[in-house]
Write a protein that binds this ligand. Structure first.
Ligand code: SAM
Length: 291
C-alpha cells in the first residue's frame, strides 16, 4: 500500500496478513504515530551521509522513516518471525540491511566496519525493548563505537534518571555512567496511546550526544565506576558510611575521613549530591592510597 507502515490501518493489515502475534517478553510495542516517528528521526540529524543503526525494528515503522533520510540503515531484530515481514515491507529500500540477531551478542565494531564503511557518521535510532534498555545503552556507550548520537524511546523514569543532575532523587549511578560517555537531552514525553499494544508505562525520547572524550580525567574507569556504585549502595546513608562498608569494613574512620578531606568531600554528604568531577577526584585519591 502507499500508506506509511506506522499508520494504524497499515500496521493492523500487516499484522493480520502475516498472522503475527506480539511477544510481551520481547518488549514488542509497535509505534503507530507519524508525529512521534518524525520527532525521533529529526532528533538524530540524519542525512544521506549518515548511517543509522536501529535496534528492534518490529515491523519496520521507524526503519521506513530512517530509510527515507539516512544513507545506510541496518536494523537488528531478535525475533526470527519478523524477518520475512521486514524483508517484504522494506523491499523498496536497497540501502536497508536486516540482521536477525540479539543486539547484546552482536560484535558491533565489526557491524560498524561492514555496514557503515562509507558513512561520515552514525546514529543509533530505536524504540527500545524496555526490559533491556540499560544493558543495550551501556553496551553502545562502553564499546566506544564511532557514534555521533543515540536517539531512543525508553521508559520515562529511566530517561529522567539518565538526564538527572546532582541533588535530586533521580540522580544515581546510571546518570553518572550515561553522562560520562554522553550529553543527554530529553526530546519529548510520549503517551502510551501511540503504541500497539499499549505498554504499562509512560515513555520518553532521549537524545545522547556521544562525547569525544569524557568530561573528567579518569585513570582507571573500572575503579571510578566501582566508587560510584559503592557510594549509592544505600541511598539514605552518607558517603562515608557507604565507602566504609565497601572499602574499609575492618578499620576505624580516621583514614577514610582523611582521604575524603583530601578529595574535598564532607563525610556527611550523600552520594546523590556529588558531581562527576567529585567522583573522579575521590576515585583518584583512593587509587593513590592503594584502595
Ligand atoms: N521499532 C519498532 C517500532 O517502533 O514500532 C518496534 C519496537 S519494540 C518496542 C522493540 C523491538 O525490539 C521488538 O521488535 C523486539 O522483538 C525487538 N527486540 C527485543 N529484544 C531484542 C534484542 N535483544 N535484540 C534485538 N532486538 C530485540
Amino acid at each position: 500500500g502507499n500508506e506509511n507502515i506506522s499508520s494504524p490501518t497499515r500496521t493492523k493489515a500487516i499484522i493480520q496478513r502475516y498472522k503475527f502475534s506480539f511477544k510481551k517478553s520481547l518488549g514488542q510495542n509497535f509505534l503507530i504515530d507519524q508525529n512521534i516517528l518524525d520527532k525521533i528521526v529529526d532528533a538524530a540529524g540524519l542525512d544521506s551521509t549518515a548511517g543509522a543503526l536501529e535496534i528492534g525494528p518490529g515491523i519496520g515503522a521507524l526503519t521506513e522513516r530512517l530509510a527515507m533520510t539516512a544513507g545506510a540503515v541496518t536494523a537488528v531484530e531478535i525475533d526470527r518471525r519478523l524477518i520475512p515481514i521486514l524483508r517484504d515491507v522494506l523491499s523498496p529500500y536497497s540501502h536497508v540491511k536486516i540482521r536477525n540477531d540479539d543486539v547484546l551478542k552482536v560484535n558491533l565494531q565489526e557491524l560498524f566496519a561492514e555496514d557503515f564503511a562509507g558513512m561520515d557518521r552514525v546514529s543509533v535510532v530505536a524504540n527500545l525493548p524496555y526490559y533491556v534498555t540499560t544493558p543495550i545503552l551501556m553496551k553502545l556507550l562502553e564499546e566506544k563505537l564511532p557514534l555521533d548520537n543515540i536517539v531512543v524511546m525508553i521508559q520515562k523514569e529511566v530517561a529522567e534518571r539518565m538526564a538527572a543532575s546532582p541533588g535530586g532523587k533521580e540522580y544515581g549511578s546510571l546518570s553518572i555512567a550515561v553522562q560520562y560517555y554522553s550529553e543527554p537531552e530529553l526530546v519529548c514525553m510520549v503517551p502510551r496511546t501511540v503504541f500497539i499494544p499499549q505498554p504499562n508505562v509512560e515513555s520518553a525520547v532521549i537524545r545522547l550526544k556521544v562525547r569525544e572524550r569524557p568530561p573528567v580525567e579518569v585513570a582507571d574507569e573500572k575503579h571510578f565506576f566501582g566508587v560510584v556504585q559503592a557510594s549509592f549502595t544505600q541511598r539514605r546513608k552518607t558517603i562515608a558510611n557507604n565507602l566504609k562498608a565497601r572499602f574499609f569494613p575492618e578499620e576505624g574512620r580516621e583514614r577514610l575521613e582523611a582521604l575524603l578531606a583530601e578529595a574535598g568531600i564532607e563525610p556527611s554528604r550523600r552520594g546523590e549530591t556529588l558531581s562527576i568531577e567529585e567522583y573522579a577526584r575521590l576515585s583518584a585519591v583512593l587509587l593513590a592510597a592503594g584502595i
